[in-house]
Design a protein around this ligand. Structure first.
Ligand code: NAP
Length: 242
């Protein structure tokens, strides 16, 4: 069984990644935080398309919870290991820095940056022992360019970019790659409160992207064909660069 884990697979980009990984033959572990109904919907869509998987709930920001959930999965599946990890779970809590509260800062860093570290560290050993693994981290244009009102989110995503580049060099010899994709503005719940009619004037492609357009790139980086790509950050932004 070839197994992939997508954190935050219940909605948006994560759901699209789950479906496309499943279509390439992966048994997909759909992680979610609180939206069980949407996680069930993702799994139902996987099964409708002829694939299979399961739901594993944990909060990526909860250090103990991550280890407990993943170790328990491994105990129940002693013959298998998670060879593809997509660190997708993320949240926004925007505010200008002057008014940013500790809770807004800590929650965003804990979810995107610390969550990525904890989930990756937990699964890394098996990938190294088996000498095959693919890790894809979902970062953001905001982590490359910076965006006003997002010092927390930009810092978290820039941190994950640094993690990606360092870890890639630590483990390249073991046939485990680590890459990041940096979406611009993508149609999901996360961008539902944004004014697309105004923002799209800034985007050369003239529109927001779709979750599928991100997922296609993630699935390529998670494939055996991407074996010599590591430490890379791939922008998926309709031409909206810094
Ligand atoms: P979304 O629609 O808001 O979905 C977020 C997903 O993350 C949900 O599945 C959610 O689970 C999960 N999640 C949030 N906090 C979590 C936690 N603590 N533990 C486990 N899962 C958690 O967001 P999206 O737009 O698809 O974003 C996915 C990723 O792409 C994020 O990392 C985001 O920063 C990044 N990104 C998005 C855009 C964009 O324009 N949409 C642009 C650049 C980067 P529940 O359903 O249980 O809440």
């Amino acid at each position: 069984m070839k197994v992939a884990l997508v954190t935050g697979g219940s909605r948006g980009i994560g759901r699209a990644v789950c479906l496309k990984l499943s279509a390439t033959g992966y048994y997909v572990i759909v992680n979610y935080h609180s939206n069980e109904e949407e996680a069930r919907r993702t799994l139902a869509l996987i099964r409708e398309n002829g694939g299979d998987g399961e739901i594993v709930q944990f909060d990526v920001a909860d250090a103990g919870g991550v280890v407990k959930a993943l170790e328990s999965w491994q105990e129940q599946h002693p013959a298998d290991y998670i060879e593809v990890l997509v660190n997708n779970a993320g949240i926004r809590k925007d505010s200008l820095m002057l008014w940013m509260e500790d809770e807004q800062w800590n929650k965003v860093l804990d979810t995107s940056l610390n969550g990525c570290f904890r989930v990756t560290r937990t699964l890394l050993k098996n990938m190294l022992v088996r000498k095959y693994g693919r890790i894809v981290n979902i970062v953001s244009l905001s982590g490359l360019k910076g965006l006003p009102g997002q010092t927390n989110y930009s810092a978290a995503k820039a941190g994950v970019i640094g993690l990606t580049k360092s870890l890639a060099q630590e483990i390249a010899r073991k046939n485990v790659t680590v890459n990041a994709v940096a979406p611009g503005f993508i149609h999901t719940d996360m961008t539902a409160d944004m004014d697309e009619s105004q923002l799209k004037t800034l985007i050369p492609a003239g529109r927001f992207g779709t979750p599928d357009e991100v997922a296609d790139a993630v699935v390529f980086l998670a494939s055996p064909q991407a074996s010599y790509i590591t430490g890379e950050v791939l922008s998926i932004n309709g031409g909206l660069y810094t």
